[in-house]
Design a protein around this ligand. Structure first.
Ligand code: IPE
Ligand code: IPE
Ligand code: MG
Ligand code: MG
Ligand code: MG
Length: 295
């Protein structure tokens, strides 16, 4: 299977799983579910579910368990996008080529849809259908909570906003923000497959090195696209990081040096996969895709 086919498959299975979990008709608040569906069913790349599926495949995890775990992570990621786009945060009106949730449904509904997607993630992980062993489910829940919360993504989002008022951060500070706001969920994506598969500590550590390096490379690519691409291609506003004074390596080092840093991180990510041999071919291709992508 090629990487493109694998990513398309992950996207299709993730969207089908999320769609079946969000039936509008049976909800006491159909408008809330409509906003949640708007947030999760647009044409996202589904990279985080892909990483769950591919890390799980290394350890022979049944596909249905990995799909549900990937869908949980995608729900949480979509919550982070809904809130990231709010007027109080990045104030964006376009996401995945569509109006953002607060533009389509209003701010209050967008906040609630984000809240409900965040909690949906944990509801999914807590269900025995995701894994029959409660210890495994607890480890997934704890891992996602840590990756998303005050020591992970939410912390990174806080620092990202604070940095708008502190121009010219140094490279180490930018790296720290990126590791939290983006890296933590990428790292969880790869760890989740390993947790589902009962992987050894050394295998989990190797995957973490891969995920952290490729997550950072992915965010540099996001910042390069913001600087160099346009909204029609990336499906969200471009040129906004500079306008808002975001702390990015592109701003700090310039386009060429940021691109080189992303390539070096990709080499680091690829080297970390050595212990997995041919079984990690799709993860290798993914690391290359992350820095060369057009959207
Ligand atoms: C966007 O993530 C937010 C960042 C962390 C940069 P993606 O680029 O994965 O967005 P979707 O899910 O494909 O829309
Ligand atoms: C957002 O980073 C990271 C999140 C945790 C949502 P960005 O603000 O750069 O993401 P985009 O560019 O809006 O997708
Ligand atoms: Mg942001
Ligand atoms: Mg944003
Ligand atoms: Mg961005």
């Amino acid at each position: 299977m090629t990487f493109d086919e694998a990513l398309a498959g992950a996207a299709q299975e993730t969207a089908a799983c999320l769609s079946s979990l969000l039936p509008e008709a049976s909800s006491p608040a159909p408008r809330l579910v409509a906003a949640m569906r708007h947030a999760v069913l647009g044409p996202g790349k589904r990279l985080r579910p892909f990483f769950v599926l591919e890390s799980a495949a290394l350890f022979g995890v049944p596909r249905a368990r990995a799909v549900r775990t990937g869908a949980a992570l995608e729900a949480l990621h979509c919550y982070s996008l809904v809130h990231d786009d709010l007027p109080a945060m990045d104030d964006d009106s376009l996401r995945r080529g569509q109006p953002t949730v607060h533009v389509a449904f209003g701010e209050a509904t967008a906040i609630l849809a984000g809240d409900a997607l965040l909690t949906l993630a944990f509801e999914l992980l807590a269900s025995a259908e995701t894994h029959p062993d409660a210890k495994v489910r607890c480890e997934l829940i704890g891992g996602l909570a840590s990756a998303a919360g005050k020591g992970g993504m939410a912390a990174g989002q806080m620092l990202d906003l604070e940095a708008e008022r502190v121009p010219r951060q140094d490279a180490a500070a930018v790296a720290r923000i990126q590791a939290l706001k983006t890296g933590a969920l990428f790292a969880f994506a790869c760890d989740a497959g390993a947790i589902l598969g009962g992987a050894a500590r050394s295998e989990r550590d190797a995957l973490q090195t891969y995920a952290k390096a490729s997550g950072f490379a992915f965010q540099i690519a996001d910042d390069l696209l913001d600087a160099e691409s346009d909204a029609a291609v990336i499906g969200k506003a471009a040129g906004k990081d500079k306008a808002r004074g975001k702390a990015t390596l592109v701003d700090l080092l310039g386009v060429a040096a940021a691109r080189q840093r992303a390539r070096d991180l990709t080499d680091e990510a690829l080297a970390a996969l050595a212990p997995f041999g041919e079984g990690a071919a799709l993860l290798r291709n993914a690391a290359l895709y992350l820095v060369n992508r057009q959207r």
